[in-house]
Design a protein around this ligand. Structure first.
Ligand code: GAP
Length: 463
């Protein structure tokens, strides 16, 4: 079974993710989240915020602007260093990332390879041909900056260039002093934020895995120089707990991968990625980087602000070091979908598709069905239940098919519970509550439904 294809189809058919600008033929690698997708995405962001910000005394949040002063990106090194090596096929003019071309065709890692080495492999290895037209006629490697440029104000000239941020992190660094002074936090402490980032990727793909517009959930954790490695290890463990215990991702589909020296980003002295085993291979889900004092030092030098911290307890001044756990929202959502996608053989020989999502991130939490849609007394009770749960839970009402079909529809989108109102409900004020995973049904008093679901959807953050 091609899981990726199944998941993409499910997303399209059930309103989770749509091709962007579809009525105009689509904009490549750009996706829109539909009615169910936006719920799932918001729930992922909500539990992330709960676990990483509210659950810790050493964390605060921020929501900085996408557009920043262009000098931010000079100080951060992005104008100079944030580029990918690309080659063009001279015959069909298709453009490729040189490292991806080698990795995809030869199945070897290019981590740490210098430009010349990449060039030599592309020019000399007979197996490296254009994936589009089959020609073996590539340009030499050129570098391509990934930042999207635009102009602020009506005049399109160099002085007015601004960039769409390629990472949310810099918004945190430039607010370091303001957050510190207003929140009165003491080191070690961190700032988290969730927001859009943009990269003019040469080879986006694999559905929402690599896109040009995406969302990040990032933390910059400020520490005393010399203590960064112990903090880095803590954040790797804490992140693993988030994926396995909070989001319910299977352990065996996750791994940690340490960056080799040559692979490290220009700002990092150590980075560990958490990777997921996607149907198309292992891929980065989160990067946890030790960023040293690279960013704060550079902003100190280039701006009007001295980003030095005074440690009152130790009576010393220093520029803090930074540990950065950086997550992609869209990649996390793809991971959650792929990991939860299950096809089960039932006793009667049929199959059911079920998304085994953690209950509190499911797009719809409870579905209410009347056993008979033309029995007014049953409908009345079902509508009353709907009304009593709306506001506390994301609930829907459906009477457009048989109960068996309605269950299947909800299984497919991961709805943890379905309520059926039947004739017995009219007599004893109970309903059946059907569990998505076990398919078991239990009778629950209508009066205690709220309590039942509050318990079922609570998150255990104490892990
Ligand atoms: N501030 C550090 C930073 O941005 P990164 O490894 O380039 O580091 C962090 O990105 C995370 O953002 C990745 O682990 C991934 O989840 C997500 N991400 C990066 N580029 C992406 C893209 N083009 N499409 C979707 N998600 C992306």
């Amino acid at each position: 079974m091609d899981i990726m294809k199944e998941v993409v189809n499910l997303c399209k058919n059930r309103g989770i993710i749509f091709q962007n600008s579809q009525i105009y033929g689509g904009l490549a690698s750009t996706w829109d989240y539909g009615p169910l997708g936006v719920e799932l995405k918001n729930n992922i962001k909500k539990v992330w915020w709960k676990f990483f910000i509210h659950n810790r005394e050493d964390m605060v949040g921020l929501d900085s602007a996408i557009l920043m002063h262009p000098r931010v990106w000079e100080a951060s090194g992005h104008v100079k260093n944030f580029h990918d090596p690309l080659v063009d096929c001279k015959k069909c003019k298709e453009r490729f990332r040189a490292d991806h071309l080698i990795e995809n065709i030869l199945g070897i890692s290019t981590a740490g390879m210098k430009n010349e080495e990449l060039n030599q492999i592309i020019q000399n290895n007979q197996n490296i041909k254009c994936p589009t037209c089959g020609a073996k006629d590539f340009t030499t490697i050129r570098f391509f900056n990934l930042m999207f440029k635009t102009y602020q104000g009506p005049v399109e000239e160099a002085a007015n260039i601004v960039y769409l941020r390629p990472e949310t992190a810099q918004g945190i660094f430039i607010n370091f002093k303001s957050v510190l002074n207003s929140s009165r936090k003491k080191i070690p402490f961190g700032v988290g934020q969730i927001g859009k980032a943009f990269r003019n990727e040469i080879t986006p793909g694999n559905f929402i895995f690599r896109t040009r517009e995406f969302e990040q959930m990032e933390i910059e954790y400020f520490v005393e120089p010399g203590t960064e490695m112990e903090h880095l290890e803590h954040w790797v463990d804490y992140s693993m707990k988030f994926f396995t215990k909070i989001l319910g991702i299977k352990d065996e589909n996750l791994r940690k991968r340490e960056h080799s020296k040559d692979e490290l980003a220009h700002y990092s002295n150590r980075t560990i990625d958490i990777e997921y085993k996607f149907p198309f291979g292992w891929g980065e889900l989160e990067g946890i980087a030790s960023r040293t004092d690279f960013d704060l030092s550079n902003h100190s030098q280039h701006s009007n602000e001295d980003l030095i911290y005074f440690d009152e307890k130790k009576n010393k001044k220093y520029i803090p070091y930074v540990v950065e756990p950086s997550f992609g929202v869209d990649r996390t959502l793809l991971t959650v979908l792929v990991d939860a996608y299950t096809v089960e053989k039932l006793q009667d020989g049929t199959e059911r598709v079920v998304l085994k999502l953690a209950p509190y991130i499911a797009p719809i939490q409870v579905a209410v069905f009347p056993l008979k849609k033309n029995e007014p007394r049953i409908v009345e009770v079902a509508k009353k239940i709907l009304k009593s749960l709306i506001g506390d839970f994301n609930v829907i009402y459906d009477d457009t098919a048989s109960i068996g079909k309605l269950y299947r529809r909800q299984d497919e989108i991961g709805t943890p519970y379905c309520i059926t109102v039947d004739f017995q409900s009219l007599e004893d004020n109970t309903v059946t509550v059907r569990n998505r995973d076990t398919m078991k049904q239990e009778r629950v008093s209508i009066n205690s439904l709220k309590e039942f679901f509050t318990k079922s959807f609570s998150i255990n953050l104490d892990i």
